[in-house]
Design a protein around this ligand. Structure first.
Ligand SMILES: [Fe+2]
Length: 407
């Protein structure tokens, strides 16, 4: 509730919106707002003037925007504020400019200012128990029905992983379903990459050896956002079980049990590289664990097989290697692994900046293992999620999503 004002400018509201404004009070540099549901708070006048999206000031979503922060003086004040017949806040500024603000915008901003992090999406962490929570979505539904697609995008947001089923074996089907989630990234391996065990393996994925769970391509400045693994042929019974690890869960374990080592992974640069002589040479120095401004984990990049000899002061380097060793031990702990034997027609979709993937060894003389893979950029998938949320769950549209391995 707001304080009782000495000389209030309180205007009773016309109930005309989903979250009507009950009262407002002009306090000079700030405006106090109370809503009918009892929530209340203050907004800065400078913020409010900059939030104007009238035809003169322009629109920030499209970028056809003409008002800049430098155009709004620190001492800007409203000459008058009132609640319009439509239930909006109408402000007449001292220079005569008039702005209108929907109650929803004001409520959202007051909420985010009063409850720090309230708009940040909270991922649901998992370990070996994922099977009961893993979202499964049939190919036909995801390809034909936007609402089913939205539910699968939500599963990807919540758990960083989802499964598609009954996906036809043709390469067109892989691309068709992946394309529903965003533009497919073309890499030096092409748009679609076939992982088949072969004696002349160029990358570890083409061998039959076990792979410790890892994120793909940490040696790129911007690693793949989401990966599709389409099982075409699998050697059921001959090994090759997929091992999936929630990197956020493992990192949080490390933060609890060993905060000094966790801290090193968030602030010490680690170099990953990949070179095929005469063709490509990728190298990136980045943090293994990325944090946002509130300290929440936003992304992981880690692949033990791509670690370059690390650079660092001799006093710190042993600590860094111990941090990488501890992370590797946690990743290899079966209690942290969801294990699944892929069946033909199944597609595992996962967030490559959160979920680590690996597999057990298999016997290439017993079965051919053929997975088809493609990569999508993170922002394309999140754009699809937000666009569909506008239609199917508007209240989720503006949530701040974890933005990946940003540094
Ligand atoms: Fe991989």
């Amino acid at each position: 509730m707001l304080d009782t004002p000495k000389h209030p400018t309180v205007i009773e509201n016309e109930p005309a919106s989903a979250r009507p404004i009950r009262s407002m009070r002009n306090e000079g540099a700030r405006i106090a707002v109370e809503f009918d549901d009892g929530t209340a708070g203050r907004l800065s006048m400078r913020w409010l003037r900059l939030a104007c999206e009238c035809d003169t000031c322009g629109d920030t979503a499209s970028g056809k925007r003409w008002l800049t922060p430098a155009d709004v003086p620190a001492d800007i004040r409203a000459a008058s504020v009132e609640i319009s017949l439509a239930g909006e806040m109408s402000v007449t500024w001292q220079d005569g400019h008039v702005s209108h603000f929907a109650p929803g915008l004001l409520a959202a901003h007051i909420g985010s200012a009063s409850e720090a992090g309230a708009r940040r999406f909270q991922p649901q962490l998992w370990s070996s128990d994922l099977a009961g929570r893993l979202g499964r979505f049939p190919f036909d539904a995801v390809v034909e029905d936007d609402e089913a697609l939205f539910h699968s995008l939500r599963a990807l947001r919540d758990h960083g992983i989802a499964m598609l089923t009954c996906v036809p074996a043709e390469p067109e089907a892989t691309l068709r379903v992946a394309g529903r989630y965003g533009p497919v990234r073309e890499t030096s391996y092409g748009k679609v990459f076939d992982l088949i065990s072969r004696p002349d393996a160029r990358v570890a994925g083409e061998t039959a050896r076990a792979q410790i769970p890892h994120t793909d391509e940490p040696f790129r400045y911007s690693p793949p956002g989401f990966i599709f693994f389409h099982a075409i042929r699998t050697g059921a019974g001959s090994g090759g079980t997929s091992l999936m690890v929630d990197g956020f869960q493992v990192a949080e374990q490390m933060r609890r049990k060993n905060p000094e080592l966790f801290d090193l992974l968030t602030r010490h640069g680690v170099t990953f590289h990949r070179e095929h002589a005469g063709e490509v040479f990728f190298s990136a120095e980045a943090h293994v664990v990325s944090l946002d401004a509130s300290g929440a984990i936003t992304g992981i990049r880690y692949n033990d097989r791509c670690l370059a000899p690390q650079a660092g002061a001799v006093e710190e380097i042993d600590g860094l290697i111990e941090a990488l060793a501890e992370l590797t031990r946690l990743i290899c702990d079966p209690a942290n692994q969801f294990q699944h034997q892929l069946q033909p027609g199944e597609v595992l979709v996962f967030d490559n900046q959160r979920v680590l993937h690996g597999r057990t060894a298999f016997d290439p003389t017993l079965a051919v293992r053929h997975l088809r893979s493609c990569n999508l950029d993170r922002d394309g998938v999140h754009s699809a999620l937000r666009t569909l949320a506008r239609r199917f769950a508007p209240q989720e549209t503006e949530a701040v999503l974890y933005q990946g391995a940003i540094f």
